[in-house]
Ligand binder design. Structure first.
Ligand code: MN
Length: 235
């Protein structure tokens, strides 16, 4: 199968800098949403993607989980020794496209979705306090969307010297669309609207740009990053 890619990132209308970042080096794709004072967020997301890209060149798809572990160590180590970026961290959602599958490695509240036959289905689970409450049944999905503490993460890269990763394999086929995005999109644009925009914009680059635009139309309170991967027939 063949992948056609679209990607867009934007600072939004409120933040002063863009701490999000994405990577598109076929067959490796990722989004990262950095956090931390001063330049910490930018440094963390950039360091995560840089470590990931370099590791992939050496070790390929099998090495991705190990590479993400090393990215965690690199961010943690830098944050411990450099006061300018102390306490920085980042989310990371990685997708590696294979023959007829997608390998996902994920930490934090950026997301991967599968858009198939007009339906948008989440492939990842947020590592947030509110998601834990949803899982326990003490909060509904809808209430979680608007919860004041919805961005409090339970897992992120760079916070400790060890990290638990979600590592999963998903079957894909021609016609499928994979969406990788940061919470700048999902916190402001409802899934139904995201699905509508994916349906209306057949070109992945146009779709990525429209999704970022929708987040900005909804206030642009956060950085927003979107990667759209269209699975097509062929090599
Ligand atoms: Mn964000």
């Amino acid at each position: 199968m063949k992948i056609k890619v679209g990607a867009a990132t934007d600072t939004g209308l409120v933040r002063e800098s863009n701490e999000d970042a994405y990577l598109s080096e076929p067959p490796l794709y990722a989004v990262a949403d950095g956090m931390g004072g001063h330049r910490g967020g930018e440094v963390a997301s950039a360091l995560a993607l840089e470590t990931l890209g370099e590791g992939f060149k050496k070790e390929g798809a099998e090495g991705v989980a190990g590479t993400v572990q090393r990215a965690n160590e690199a961010i943690y180590e830098r944050g411990s020794r450099d006061r300018e970026v102390a306490g920085m961290g980042t989310t990371l959602t990685v997708a590696v496209t294979g023959e007829d599958s997608l390998h996902l490695v994920h930490v934090g509240d950026s997301r991967a979705y599968l858009y198939r036959d007009g339906e948008l289905k989440p492939l990842t689970e947020d590592h947030t306090m509110v998601q834990e409450m949803v899982n326990e049944g003490s909060l509904t999905r809808e209430a979680a969307r608007n919860h004041p503490q919805r961005s409090v993460l339970t897992r992120a890269l760079g916070i400790g010297d060890d990290i638990e990763l979600d590592d999963l394999e998903v079957g894909v086929r021609p016609g499928d669309r994979i969406l990788l995005c940061t919470d700048g999109l999902t916190a402001t644009v409802p899934d139904a609207r995201v699905a509508e925009l994916l349906s209306d914009n057949k070109d992945p680059q146009a779709a990525a740009e429209k999704l970022v635009e929708a987040a900005n139309d909804a206030g642009g309170v956060d950085n927003t990053t979107v990667v759209v991967l269209d699975v097509e027939e062929g090599v």
